[in-house]
Ligand binder design. Structure first.
Ligand code: SF4
Length: 302
């Protein structure tokens, strides 16, 4: 048995011994996919966390995702194998800043993208993911202005699709903010006839130039219908598609669109997380209860 096979066997044995489930985001390094029980986007993984009866969740992703899993499965121990994996966009809004802005604006409905800390979710009326953001905003009373945190690009896309007036927070994802209309034009020259799908965290003009606007879960579904795709999102999404559809061809819209935090997880860290079960992710009360309520309102609305 080579080193990698031995490591995979060790992870499988530890997983069984500790009744663990491994949840993995689509942007994780490709070496993690074979050990995952579920691979998906934020919404799909939130649903899996709510359903699981496992005692231990090893969350291969970034911190806000592990916090969401803990909120939805409070009895489970939740471990983030790479404890330093944060999200720069999530760090662009704090609970204090959101509270102050709400006071300034008066009666608004605060919608928190799931890419936020539990403390920010606790200050919000409802959460959303990129897969359900339009539906969530459309579920709110039409006469109440919407304050959307923290992604200004997703906020603009939702306003465009729903026709609702939205006050955006000025946050952004540094990976998706890289994309330009010129990238889409170049992809069309290099891969004529291949559909271009972009994530709603991209700037609005890029989304308007694309053939499809989709969350990573939506891109996965597109890969069932299209054997070739150009994807305007984190580069790892192409690995994710090749993992389940090895015959497909997939090109990133930009090779430099890499989320450094998503790439911190390694198989060794997954093994260590299962073996030591330390570095547990916790969310204290009363923040946990209020944040959970905002996520549960999202799950009910979508
Ligand atoms: S891709 Fe962007 S939004 Fe997603 S974790 Fe990385 S920095 Fe955050």
């Amino acid at each position: 048995m080579n080193d990698r096979a031995a490591l995979l066997a060790e992870i499988a044995e530890l997983k069984t011994r500790h009744h663990a489930v491994i949840l993995c985001h689509n942007y994780q390094p490709a070496e993690i996919f074979p050990v995952a029980d579920y691979i998906g986007d934020s919404l799909e993984l939130a649903r899996k966390a709510a359903e699981t009866d496992s005692e231990l969740i090893v969350f291969c992703g970034v911190r806000f995702m592990a916090e969401t899993a803990k909120l939805l499965s409070p009895r489970a121990r939740v471990i983030l194998p790479a404890p330093a994996a944060g999200c720069q966009m999530a760090d662009m809004v704090s609970a204090e800043a959101l509270r102050a802005r709400r006071e300034e604006l008066g009666d608004v409905a605060a919608v928190a993208y799931v890419n936020t800390t539990a403390a920010v979710k606790a200050e919000s009326d409802i959460c959303c993911t990129s897969a359900n953001a339009v539906r969530v905003v459309e579920s709110l009373p039409p006469d109440r202005p919407v304050l959307f945190v923290p992604d200004r690009n997703l906020a603009r896309w939702v306003a465009h699709e729903s026709g609702r007036a939205i006050i955006p927070w000025e946050g952004f994802c540094y990976v998706h903010a890289l994309f330009t209309v010129a990238d889409v034009a170049r992809a069309r020259r290099e891969h004529p006839g291949v559909p271009v799908a972009c994530h709603p965290e991209c700037p609005l003009e890029v989304l308007e130039a694309a053939d499809h606007v989709a969350s990573t879960g939506g891109m996965y579904r597109l890969a069932r219908e299209h054997a070739e795709l150009v994807l305007g999102t984190e580069v790892g999404m192409c690995d994710r598609i090749r993992f389940d559809f090895p015959e497909n061809r997939c090109w990133p819209l930009r090779r430099t669109a890499v989320c450094r935090n998503m790439k911190l997880t390694t198989l060794e860290l997954v093994r260590d997380a299962l073996a030591s079960r330390v570095e547990e992710v916790t969310v204290p009360e009363p923040v946990a209860g209020r944040a959970r309520a905002a996520i549960e309102r999202m799950l009910a609305a979508s």
